[in-house]
Design a protein around this ligand. Structure first.
Ligand SMILES: Cc1ncc(C[n+]2csc(CCOP(=O)(O)OP(=O)(O)O)c2C)c(N)n1
Ligand code: SF4
Length: 282
């Protein structure tokens, strides 16, 4: 039986009070609830405060370039479908630098979970606006306020008919752990966008600000209803819904791969063939 303690405790470089602590707590709870031992779990990330999360617990970890967590994560799942594959990164990393990888992953639909820590700011580089920063939000780098239209990750994921689209809040660890569990259990690509207060650089979207606004979708809400899901994805003001916003049943890429020869994991490698291919480019 896997416990939270199996994932260890490490010193972190986050500011005291950062929403990332609560997300880390939720991740460990979800992994223990699912009884997933560390050797069966692989975490991928890019660069940023959120992307440091996989450094702070014990499992297989790949830390790549800014915005580039998704490509190796998908590759790992395709090579070894037995792995539980997660990618964690910030709103800048996932929706800015890694924006095209995000779109490609939604279209491709590999069986994995992307958790986006959405603090609506670039945390690691000291508070510039990110793609999800609200219009007219003032930062040191945007003293007249942000003039670009806000990126809407949930609406984009729903528009591309992702299999699982959810929103969590770092202030509700139990709900977030449950969303991560449901995302993992859903076949295909799953997005969990998490409202994550950055207590140092975002003085607008604070824990208190969210607590006044977030609410949980109730049992009557039907996540398979595309129009309703779009409306919920766009609700971000006095009230902000959390929970599973959209579910779909597109065939997942891992199943499609079985018809192309199947997984690579445990297959004997034909080194002669590899050498011949290498020689063609020598
Ligand atoms: C291609 C590239 N562009 C820019 C940077 C500089 N950079 C490093 S972290 C970062 C911002 C991270 O913000 P976000 O992804 O929102 O994560 P957070 O730190 O807020 O968790 C930037 C711009 C980089 N490392 N690589
Ligand atoms: S700068 Fe913001 S996101 Fe980064 S650790 Fe501090 S509070 Fe968290």
């Amino acid at each position: 039986m896997t416990s939270i303690e199996d994932y260890g405790t490490f010193e972190t470089a986050w500011c005291p009070g950062c929403g990332n602590f609560k997300i880390l707590e939720a991740v460990k709870k979800a992994l223990a609830d699912m009884d997933l031992p560390p050797h069966k779990v692989a975490y991928f990330s890019g660069i940023g405060q959120a992307a440091k999360l996989p450094h702070y617990f014990k499992c297989n970890v790949f830390n790549g370039l800014h915005g580039r967590g998704l490509p190796p994560a998908q590759a790992a799942k395709l090579v070894n479908p037995n792995l539980a594959v997660f990618c964690h990164s910030g709103d800048g990393c996932n929706y800015g630098e890694g924006g095209n990888h995000f779109l490609a992953a939604l279209r491709r639909n590999v069986d994995m979970v992307l958790v986006a820590h959405d603090n609506q700011i670039y945390g690691l580089t000291k508070g510039q606006a990110s793609p999800t920063t609200d219009e007219d939000h003032v930062t040191k780098a945007q003293p007249w306020g942000v003039k670009s239209a806000k990126f809407r990750p949930l609406a984009v994921a729903i528009a591309l008919r992702a299999n699982f689209v959810a929103r969590g809040f770092a202030g509700n660890v139990d709900q977030l752990a449950d969303l991560i569990r449901q995302a993992h259990e859903s076949p295909g690509f799953a997005l969990v966008d998490v409202l994550q207060p950055c207590v140092t650089f975002n003085k607008v979207n604070t824990f208190a600000w969210y607590k006044e606004r977030v609410y949980e979708l109730d049992a009557n809400y039907d996540p398979t209803d595309f129009q309703a899901a779009m409306e919920k994805a766009e609700e971000f003001g006095d009230r902000i819904p959390t929970g599973v916003i959209y579910r779909n049943e597109r065939p997942n890429f891992c199943e499609a791969l079985v018809t192309c020869g199947g997984e690579l994991f445990n297959k004997p490698a034909d080194l002669g063939l590899v050498r011949n291919v290498m020689m063609q480019y020598a």
